[in-house]
Design a protein around this ligand. Structure first.
Ligand SMILES: [Cu+2]
Length: 160
């Protein structure tokens, strides 16, 4: 009985570790970076992740890069006149002190232009995030199929 319980605990831990997939750099915590599988020839892939700043001063995500794409831009999607529009944020995104910034479908996201290959389910795409204070942080985007974001689920504050 005891060994069976032990085996179950180990299996749960292993599954949890595979799913958790978090990173830390200085005061920043980066949770579960992921991307969606793309079809062959797709011009771009997106990257999503949550960034928590546990520190007392703001930081800024200024850029990102990956060997799997020609370039990465930081984008914001927003609804304008019933149309979903995207714009690049060349100055990056501020990560406020004590705050959480979510890059998620329908809002802020990374755009990987010129992918070197189609993204397949289960792929891990290496990505380097560059922060003004925390510096460079290497993460991996896990390729997962997830349902599309509903407009109702969009975070607020997107209008410019
Ligand atoms: Cu975009």
């Amino acid at each position: 009985m005891r060994s069976l319980l032990l085996a179950t605990a180990v299996a749960l831990t292993a599954a949890g570790a595979a799913f958790a997939h978090d990173y830390a750099a200085g005061d920043l915590r980066i949770a579960h970076p992921w991307t969606r599988p793309t079809s062959a020839g797709a011009p771009a892939a997106a990257g999503y992740l949550d960034i928590t700043n546990t520190g007392r001063s703001a930081d800024r995500l200024v850029s990102a890069s990956t060997p799997h794409a020609a370039r990465v831009e930081i984008h914001q999607s927003s609804m304008e006149g019933g149309m979903m529009r995207m714009k690049a944020l060349p100055a990056g995104v501020e990560i406020p002190a004590g705050g959480v910034v979510k890059l998620a479908p329908g809002g802020l996201h990374l755009m990987l232009f010129g992918p070197t290959a189609a993204v397949k389910e289960g792929d891990r795409i290496p990505l380097t995030l560059t922060f003004a204070k925390a510096g460079k942080v290497k993460v991996e985007l896990a390729a997962e199929s997830r349902p599309a974001a509903k407009p109702a689920a969009m975070p607020e504050g997107h209008r410019h």
